[in-house]
Write a protein that binds this ligand. Structure first.
Ligand code: UDP
Length: 318
């Protein structure tokens, strides 16, 4: 019998590369598509020798063709950090809108199941806490983060339209803050920023008063959740994330403790539209998928710190 074949867009990115690896481990053939705008070959170098792995350097905002059968299309391509949205606003909008349309078109042409990597950003600066899937969000469409938030909201609408109108088999995961090895060192997100600052002996840059909250999920837990959603029968969005919430200031102290670094904390202006709180309500994933995060924050962070120690020691790394 033929092996299942999955196309992963954004497969050379942080989440995409972990997803490709996990799918290969599960016996899938994997076609990884990435234009390497924010993804990196270093993330998938170790997969090139693996049987069943193919890489295509391509921008999925254009018409996508993949020869041969395809059983699953997992759309993970997108810039994904607030700095990226400022530097790549048009690309962010395009990959969330045109890229989602093309990826859906590929899934339809191949009669494949489609999974959209959506985001907690669809909730914006939430007025409901914690955020459950039934909340419609509080997004500023014209702010600097709007390019990501609105593109993902459009992507969800487009996915549901293909589901309802074309009968396409679709899934939507709303991914909350996720961390782990292969995050980009300079992408400006709080996890790589604080870890690299602490390891370099530089002050930790806390934005605002640091009283805003986030809830951090280790990448392995997240990928497990994605696979469970892929093989469940629910087409409505499902939150995936770790409900353990903390303030950014508490997180800075934790990074100092775990790196054993006594660097000072420096307060910087809060970026525009920075959400004040964020915590996933994962009742739906718990009840319907039997999924919840298993990796304790300190354990996941220790692995991530170890990764960045290696990256910083090798100047040519990602
Ligand atoms: N943040 C910070 N210092 C940094 C980078 C980020 O205090 O050097 C804060 C940021 O303002 C936000 C939180 O950390 O409140 C998480 O930011 P990140 O960019 O990781 O992701 P977001 O959840 O905002 O998309």
């Amino acid at each position: 019998m033929r092996r299942a074949r999955a196309v992963v867009t954004g497969g050379a990115g942080f989440l995409g590369s972990h997803l490709c690896e996990r799918l290969l481990n599960e016996g899938f053939e994997v076609v990884c598509i990435d234009n390497l705008l924010t993804g990196s070959l270093a993330n998938i170098e170790h997969l090139f020798g693996r049987e069943g792995f193919t890489f295509i350097k391509y921008d999925v905002t254009n018409y996508v063709h993949v020869p041969g059968p395809v059983d699953f299309v997992l759309h993970f391509a997108s810039p994904a950090s607030p700095i990226d949205y400022l530097e790549l606003p048009i690309q962010t909008l395009k990959v969330g809108s045109l890229g989602t349309h093309k990826a859906l078109g590929l899934a339809k042409a191949k009669n494949a199941r489609f999974l959209l990597a959506s985001t907690s950003e669809v909730y914006g600066d939430p007025l409901v806490h914690p955020q459950s899937e039934g909340y419609w969000g509080n997004v500023n469409p014209v702010g600097p983060r709007g390019v990501y938030d609105e593109a993902k909201r459009f992507a969800e609408a487009m996915t549901m339209a293909y589901h309802r109108y074309h009968g396409l088999d679709t899934r939507i995961v709303r991914i909350f803050n996720t961390y782990g090895p292969r995050m980009r060192r300079n992408d400006g997100r709080v996890v790589p920023a604080f870890i690299c600052q602490a390891l370099a002996g530089e002050p930790l840059t806390v934005f605002g008063s640091g009283q805003q909250t986030r809830s951090f999920c280790y990448v392995d837990d997240l990928i497990e959740g994605v696979l469970r959603v892929l093989f469940c029968q629910i087409s409505d969005p499902i939150n995936l994330g770790n409900p353990e919430e903390m303030t950014v200031l508490e997180f800075a102290h934790l990074i100092r403790k775990l790196t054993g670094s006594q660097v000072p904390i420096e307060f910087r202006p809060l970026p525009v539209d920075d959400p004040r709180v964020r915590q996933p309500d994962i009742t739906k994933a718990r009840v319907y998928l039997g999924w919840e995060p298993r990796v304790p924050l300190e354990v996941g962070l220790a692995k991530t710190i170890e990764y960045f120690r290696r990256v910083l020691a090798a100047p040519s790394g990602p």
